[in-house]
Design a protein around this ligand. Structure first.
Ligand SMILES: [Zn+2]
Ligand SMILES: [Zn+2]
Length: 223
């Protein structure tokens, strides 16, 4: 938590926002306001927050699909999938390289939709963290019919399943806060609902266990 959430995220976000801002200033002659596709600054505050929340959630869903789809990205994402027993702290276990993929993607969303304030970004960021903790909690919660919109602990438990349904070897239930993207793109699945499922991935037994070895995992070809 200390390394990923506080130290590393801040460093990456600041470095990336500086570099991107400079690049866009060069491209658009110093006028960043030309870039956004839509400007939501005239909408009511709650609508701005909602749009920001949904847009960044979709971007993260897409990034998460890519982490499963491409083998070199999956090597980093395996750190998150190395949890064998679900619990809210599982949300905090991930490779620092994930920040490198997620943060620029979110930053692009912020730039495409103009009119956000840093305060809004922080509110949405902390709401998403709270939802993420809940989705990794080892509890049986699906929200009934709202499960088609909201990601939930049961759905995300299956995201971590060792044995994936046939034809879904690249993964299921990629949703972060919302589940709607998985239902839209047919990447949803809850094969059974009794909570007794094995978590992980093939080869987990030999996966590095220490902080240091997980820190550098994914940079060299594994045997
Ligand atoms: Zn995943
Ligand atoms: Zn997870």
């Amino acid at each position: 938590m200390f390394f990923n959430f506080y130290i590393f995220k801040l460093v990456i976000f600041m470095a990336f926002s500086n570099v991107t801002e400079m690049a866009f200033k060069d491209l658009f002659g110093g006028d960043l306001s030309k870039f956004p596709l839509i400007d939501i600054s005239t909408l009511p505050g709650w609508a701005q927050l909602l749009i920001f929340f949904v847009a960044t959630d979709f971007i993260q869903w897409f990034t998460h699909v890519m982490l499963h789809r491409f083998d070199w990205l999956w090597q980093f994402h395996k750190v998150h999938h190395s949890v064998e027993e679900m619990g809210f702290a599982a949300h905090l276990r991930y490779h620092w390289m994930e920040n490198v993929f997620y943060t620029p993607m979110k930053y692009i969303a912020v730039m495409l939709i103009g009119g956000f304030t840093p305060e809004q970004a922080y509110i949405v960021f902390y709401i998403a963290i709270a939802i993420g903790h809940l989705n990794h909690a080892n509890i049986h919660l699906t929200y009934g019919p709202l499960k088609y919109i909201l990601n939930n602990p049961v759905m995300h438990l299956w995201h971590h399943a060792y044995h994936l349904p046939e034809g879904k070897q690249h993964g299921i239930n990629f949703g972060i806060s919302l589940s709607i993207w998985d239902y839209m793109f047919r990447t949803n699945a809850i094969p059974k609902d009794d909570g007794e499922i094995e978590l992980g991935f093939p080869g987990l037994k030999s996966f590095p266990k220490t902080f240091g070895s997980q820190l550098f995992y994914g940079f060299r070809k594994e045997k």
